[in-house]
Design a protein around this ligand. Structure first.
Ligand SMILES: [Zn+2]
Ligand SMILES: [Zn+2]
Length: 92
């Protein structure tokens, strides 16, 4: 299946997409990391950064890009717009 990188555009290091959580917020999560056709799985702890409102960053510790709240992914936004057209009930 197609994985969308969660690191936004123009980051260093491999792309990353979270697959599943292990042990919730105190635990870690399994991430797919890939560069080109080489993909590997990695169990990574959470990024500990918080916004001033204490919202947690949804990315892994030491991630290469901006924190999750600063990432805008035009691909994902475009995908959401397309989905919203087909499934308006899910995107109020
Ligand atoms: Zn990427
Ligand atoms: Zn972060």
């Amino acid at each position: 299946r197609h994985l969308l990188c969660e690191l936004g555009e123009d980051h260093d290091d491999d792309h990353a997409a979270m697959l599943w959580e292990e042990g919730g917020r105190l635990g870690s999560a399994v991430w797919a990391r890939w560069a080109g056709k080489n993909m590997r799985l990695a169990s990574l702890g959470w990024c500990t950064a918080l916004t001033p409102k204490e919202e947690a960053c949804g990315l892994f510790d030491d991630h290469p890009s901006a924190h999750a709240w600063d990432v805008t992914d035009p691909t994902l936004e475009a995908l959401k717009r397309e989905l919203a057209k087909d499934l308006p009930d899910l995107f109020p």
